[in-house]
Design a protein around this ligand. Structure first.
Ligand code: HSE
Length: 298
């Protein structure tokens, strides 16, 4: 039996909602797995963006997540280690679009189906957060839509609030350079001053009101942030200028996608092309080559 699973890309933080807000987008990775009774070991076929970059073996995050799931489900009783695994990556690696979350969720979901679907979505999200560490990519990757997450301790994915999916397009500009989430988290300060905390709380309130009321005019201010973009922006040439270009071309708001380096903007469908062109044009002035997409919420 061949199992096929598709997991969406995700954009996290949405400006001020560091480790809290995340949305699923219409760019996907596909994962397949097939049990081969006579095979001696598991083999991997890689397609797409990750073909030459992803490891084929123990270090592969999809496989690690499958093994973790087998452990939880006491897979010994299933003896499922002889598999063909195919990973087709449509989500750029290390771009800030949740490629790791997609691999983790894909691996857990494959293993779960192989073991008879013992885990429900909530348990899949718990295990995925345990592996990834933060919830704002894996929650929308599992549940879809626009999520606000809270995770206070270890061991579960916390509470996930589902917000109305905005009737907007998401413009994404992905530069040719990479930024690893691990590094982008290490450069953040251990503590944030009270003024900046108050600033961010007010923006999160605006952001939530914008989504719940469908009043997207609040997004420009509601996507401002002083918790992570302030620090990560130093590694991203002309980040603020690209945001300004997006807003001038009609976007409601713009932000660093996850830990970056991709930059994103929310806009009306009819403004999508103009916003995309303006962002790319401004960023290319820094001699950076860029891939861009106009995506939907998933
Ligand atoms: N909230 C995470 C971070 C998202 O900003 O580090 C990573 O995609």
């Amino acid at each position: 039996m061949k199992i096929k699973i598709r997991v969406p890309s995700t954009t996290a933080n949405l400006g001020p909602g560091f480790d809290v807000f995340g949305a699923a987008l219409s760019l996907y990775n596909e994962f397949e797995s097939e049990y081969v009774p006579n095979a001696r070991k598991t083999s991997f076929i890689l397609d797409g963006e990750g073909e030459k970059l992803l490891p084929k073996g123990e270090e592969n995050l999809v496989w690690q997540s499958m093994l973790e799931t087998f452990k939880v489900l006491e897979e010994d009783k299933y003896n499922l280690k002889n598999l063909n695994i195919r990973i087709k990556t449509g989500i750029p690696l290390n771009g800030g679009l949740g490629s790791s979350a997609s691999a983790i969720v894909g691996g857990i979901a494959l293993a779960n189906v192989l073991c008879g679907k013992e885990l429900d979505k909530s348990q899949i999200a718990d295990l995925a957060v345990k592996i990834e560490g933060h919830p704002d990519n894996v929650a929308p990757a599992v549940f879809g839509g626009l999520c606000a997450c809270s995770k206070d301790g270890d061991g579960d994915h916390g509470i996930v609030l589902h917000l109305p999916i905005p009737k907007l397009k998401v413009v994404l500009c992905i530069p040719s350079f990479e930024l690893r989430t691990k590094h982008a988290r290490q450069i953040l300060p251990e503590s944030i001053g009270l003024k900046d905390v108050v600033f961010n709380i007010s923006r999160v309130a605006m952001l939530t009101a914008a989504f719940c009321r469908g009043d997207y005019s609040l997004l420009k201010q509601g996507m401002q942030d002083k918790v992570h973009q302030l620090y990560r922006g130093k590694m991203i040439p002309a980040m603020d200028e690209v945001f300004e270009a997006a807003i001038s071309a009609g976007a409601y708001g713009a932000f660093l996608s996850g830990s970056g380096p991709a930059l994103a903007a929310f806009c009306k469908e009819e403004d999508g092309l103009n916003v995309q062109k303006a962002m790319v044009k401004r960023w290319e002035k820094e001699n950076i080559s860029i891939k861009s997409h106009i995506l939907d919420f998933d």
